[in-house]
Design a protein around this ligand. Structure first.
Ligand code: SAM
Length: 319
């Protein structure tokens, strides 16, 4: 279809779009990313390590989702995958592994993350099948190539007019091709309701703050349009046939591996920093204890830290 910028520079700069705080909605991963300013921009440039850590820990969910898609009776031969809002490329590379005959194009508005993607692909020996394309959506839709699978992982909710973006994807699909939308699911849980410190229910309160932040983030996006988050109905509205919805569980019981535990620490540290204004003094004190590496009740040392989450994948097919 249209030209591919590959490793080059898209006309839009990384900062031509506004990224806003994302207080993960619905339950896919919880990404109250980045540095909160007013309503709080997400500084995607610095999010690489955190997004990588989260994607690595969540790998089993994505592998299961990709296997589901590849095994569908109506699955087309996948020659090209677009990974939209690909972030640092961990999932881009996983898709390249799961669809070994495909080239995978990582599409993102943040050059620093695309560079991480290229490095990651090279390290895994996938450099010949993984390409990057810098684009801000929806403006950059016209520069994308046609594809058999368009994977949109935890990214559509960062775009103001989600319906317009989905319509753009529908137009890019080859006949028989599929959009796989990772949205919703269940927010991760990591601690018991009563952790023996402060008022019980800390995680539920963090989740409520997160949900309010998500709403602010969406409202502040350029072209923000409210949609009922019925993804199947939106697929139908843009001419795609809903092909199924499944949720994939990440169920890492206590005691956690060091890697998963580090991820939990990262997530709580981010909330401690970002939600300071909304949190009570008691909850801040509890978070400070949880984040204290020397405290036996801290996240690094307590035995009851787990990780349980669900991500939902919605498929829409072009007939
Ligand atoms: C939450 S991260 C998801 C990364 C990865 N897909 C994952 O699931 O781990 C969202 C990504 O979307 C990108 N992004 C956000 N808004 C965008 C836009 N309007 N156009 C292109 N990329 C965008 C960000 O740069 C970021 O890398």
């Amino acid at each position: 279809m249209s030209q591919q910028t590959g490793h080059g520079h898209h006309q839009n700069t990384a900062h031509s779009h506004q990224h806003h705080p994302d207080a993960a909605h619905g339950g896919h991963h919880d990404h109250t990313h980045g540095h909160h300013h007013d309503a709080g921009d997400i500084d995607w440039d610095v999010m690489g390590p955190q997004l990588e850590q989260e994607a690595e820990v969540s790998r089993p969910q994505y592998e299961a989702a990709a296997r589901w898609i590849a095994g569908l009776p109506t699955a087309p031969k996948v020659r090209r995958v677009l990974d939209i809002g690909s972030g640092p490329g961990v999932i881009t590379c996983l898709l390249a592994e799961m669809f070994p005959e495909a080239e995978v194009v990582a599409v993102d508005g943040t050059p620093a993350l695309l560079e991480r993607t290229r490095n990651h692909a090279e390290r895994l020996g996938l450099g010949d099948r993984v390409r990057t394309h810098e684009a801000d959506l929806p403006e950059g839709l016209g520069g994308l190539e046609e594809a058999d699978l368009i994977w949109v992982g935890n990214a559509l909710h960062h775009m103001g007019d989600q319906r317009a973006v989905l319509a753009g994807f529908a137009a890019l699909l080859r006949p028989g091709g599929t959009v796989a939308l990772v949205e919703g699911g269940l927010q991760p849980r990591r601690l018991p309701r009563d952790i023996g410190i402060g008022r019980p229910g800390l995680e539920a309160r963090l989740e409520a703050i997160n949900a309010a932040r998500f709403e602010d983030m969406r409202a502040a996006l350029p072209g923000a349009t409210r949609e009922t988050e019925d993804w199947s109905a939106l697929f139908t509205a843009v001419g795609l046939a809903p092909q199924g919805t499944r949720s994939f569980l990440l169920d890492l019981p206590a005691p956690l591996s060091d890697r998963a535990r580090d991820h939990v620490v990262t997530e709580f540290a981010r909330r401690r920093q970002m939600f300071e204004e909304e949190l009570t003094a008691e909850d801040i004190a509890a978070l400070d204890r949880l984040l204290d590496p020397d405290d036996p009740a801290g996240l690094l040392r307590r035995p009851d830290v787990y990780l349980l989450s669900a991500r939902t994948v919605h498929l829409g097919r072009r007939d």
